[in-house]
Design a protein around this ligand. Structure first.
Ligand code: WTA
Length: 595
């Protein structure tokens, strides 16, 4: 296929006019892949500091660039707490607060490259701490607030985290594993313990610092680190089909793609109010509720409530949300609650609606048309990708059920297991040419796991897909054992490891079982230890055990006791056999199965 130069000028000109060039699809399909020079032009255009020396700081571009200009008093963030309390932050305020936090970190001995973890519910401090860490050149990481002690230990120990920001309540879970975290020198809480008899002392003050106290005395002036494009900015743990979660390292240069996708896909303009429902514990929350939309100067809504159809519609109505980014499970839950609920509210402010994380059923798109008068635009990407990779642009007609077209600078392909490119409509492995701006730079402390992503010059996504003759990509499924439940990525090994910690469990095999609402649910097959009797109470107990130790979303909703698990001769559990049996499908090649 002929190669086509990326024409960024043309795309830029047309972005926001809801119209992209007629031959737009060619950019991704036949593009040469990413070239820094093209993207650096974009960076210059959005005013990064000192770019000539190759320096770019993602936090500067997200916040300070606006705080220095006419957007200083523009609302960057509307925060609504679960109890209805509302707070507002302008770009100037976010800039000053994150400067203060960078000073606090420095005072506490945090330096460039140190890992700073944020283990918080949805509170504005997530923004302040994340941006502050980036400004210092530290590596920021977020942890989902549902994580239990085991999930926390795996991540904090693997990354040798030096600092953790949390709440008094969440801190208790870290305390359980603190002895296994020798590198963790500072734990900061955003709330304060009740004063005890002795004035000025904390209930359990060892190595514990108060956010409030430190921020109160910190300066709001800070000289932002001149980080290079390849310097690490944030680290997020995600799951594969084997082993414990892996730390995906992202670079400051990734802001270029988070910026451009916010502009050309989310189509964010100055007058937009944007709401992304993803939690900051996941990559979507970081790339698209923080870095990307802020870098284009949008106004973001950050809502701290649980899913509830009525409240969600109220949020859209109250803030006059114009651009909304959510996930298929949430859309299916809204569908379940009926479209009358949507019609009772004035949702006419909505201009574009988007989805990510799991396959978006055509039925959900049709429902969106009925309930909101708009099609959901699907976007496909991954934690490792750092930003949208294959997308439905607002200006390009939606093909129901397709993930869309590759973003400019991203070259995708469909290959067989040997790396040969396949013809349109042939099912195969979805691969990408490495090197797009937001691509991860490493897996923390594990070169071998990083290297395993690449083969024959391609980055392997782990997904199966096909491409049609016009270059649209269609998702088929995972090529490995990774589970997607309610849009969240779960590694079966992590759940199996937590299960075998229970005294009754001898062995466990974990799979994703198709589920109409959640996409998949976690199902565990368990072999009990001698002396334990199968019962519903035991199932309940084991489920609860994993839920509190590991995470409130990573526990098996279904448990089946079995005498034996299918294993290879080398002792590896054959999850595909469990899956096939569960679904009543042929079990395929069993030649490596042990007798
Ligand atoms: C799946 C989330 C179908 C896919 C940003 C991918 C999708 C994994 C879609 C990454 C989509 C993501 N259609 N499947 N539009 N988007 N996926 O790392 O299997 O949590 O590899 O990143 O989610 O999940 P992750």
């Amino acid at each position: 296929m002929a190669e086509v130069e990326h024409n960024f000028e043309e795309v830029k000109k047309n972005a926001g006019a809801f119209k992209l060039p007629a031959n737009f699809k060619d950019y991704g399909e036949a593009g040469k892949g990413f070239k820094w020079e093209d993207h650096l032009k974009e960076v210059e255009w959005f005013g990064a500091p000192d770019l000539k020396n190759g320096s770019i700081n993602a936090a500067y571009n997200a916040v300070d660039r606006h705080a220095k200009g006419w957007r200083a008093n523009k609302i960057a963030l509307y925060y609504e707490a679960a109890d209805g309390r509302v707070e507002k932050y302008s770009y100037a305020e976010l800039s000053a607060l994150s400067n203060k936090f960078a000073n606090v970190l420095h005072k506490l001995g945090i330096r460039k490259g140190d890992r700073v973890f944020i283990f918080l519910p949805r509170v504005p401090q997530v923004y302040v701490c994340f941006l502050g860490a980036l400004k210092l050149g530290a590596i920021a990481s977020t942890l989902f607030s549902a994580f239990g002690p085991e999930a926390l230990r795996d991540r904090l120990a693997n990354s040798e985290a030096k600092m953790l920001v949390t709440t008094l309540d969440l801190k208790k879970r870290v305390d359980e594993v603190r002895a296994e975290l020798p590198a963790l020198s500072c734990v900061m809480t955003i709330d304060k313990p009740k004063p005890v008899a002795q004035e000025g002392s904390y209930e359990d003050s060892e190595g514990q610092v108060s956010y409030e106290d430190e921020m109160a005395s910190a300066s709001s002036e800070f000289s932002i680190a001149k980080t290079g494009v390849n310097d690490p900015s944030f680290l997020l743990y995600t799951s594969g089909s084997t082993g414990k979660p892996k730390g995906v390292v992202h670079r400051h240069g990734g802001i270029v793609q988070q910026h451009l996708t916010s502009k050309w896909v989310l189509d964010l303009h100055d007058e937009d109010v944007y709401w992304c429902t993803a939690d900051h514990g996941w990559v979507t929350g970081i790339a698209y509720n923080l870095l990307g939309p802020l870098s284009v100067g949008a106004t973001c809504v950050f809502y701290d409530g649980r899913f509830d159809a009525e409240t969600w519609y109220k949020i859209i109505e109250k803030y006059r949300v114009t651009v909304w980014y959510t996930a298929p499970t949430a859309i299916r839950m809204l569908m379940k609650s009926g479209d009358e609920l949507a019609r009772e509210r004035d949702l006419s402010s909505l201009r574009h609606i988007y989805s990510v994380g799991e396959p978006l059923n055509p039925e959900a798109i049709r429902w969106g048309m009925k309930a909101f008068g708009l099609p959901f635009h699907d976007t496909w990407w991954q934690t490792e990708g750092g930003a949208m990779l294959i997308t439905n642009f607002p200006s390009v007609p939606v093909r129901l059920g397709s993930m869309g077209l590759p973003f400019p600078g991203v070259q995708a392909g469909i290959v067989d297991d040997e790396g040969n490119e396949l013809q349109p409509y042939k099912e195969g492995n979805l691969v990408l040419r490495p090197g797009w701006p937001a691509m991860m730079t490493s897996i923390w402390g594990d070169q071998a796991r990083f290297d395993a992503y690449f083969k024959n010059g391609w980055y392997l996504t782990g997904d199966k897909a096909m491409r049609d003759k016009d270059g649209y990509y269609w998702f088929i499924g995972r090529a490995d054992d990774v589970i997607k439940t309610a849009g969240e990525r779960v590694g079966p090994f992590e759940v199996e490891s937590a299960l075998v910690e229970h005294p009754a469990v001898a062995e466990a095999g974990v799979i994703g079982k198709p589920d109409a609402l959640r996409g998949e649910i976690i199902k565990a097959f368990i072999v009990l230890r001698a002396g334990f009797k199968a019962s519903d109470e035991l199932k309940e107990e084991i489920s609860k055990f994993v839920k509190t130790r590991l995470s409130a979303h990573e526990y098996p909703r279904e448990i089946e006791f079995t005498e034996k698990l299918p294993k290879t001769r080398s002792g590896k559990i054959m999850r595909r056999v469990l899956r096939a049996k569960e679904m009543g499908l042929p079990t395929g090649d069993l030649s490596t199965l042990e007798d």
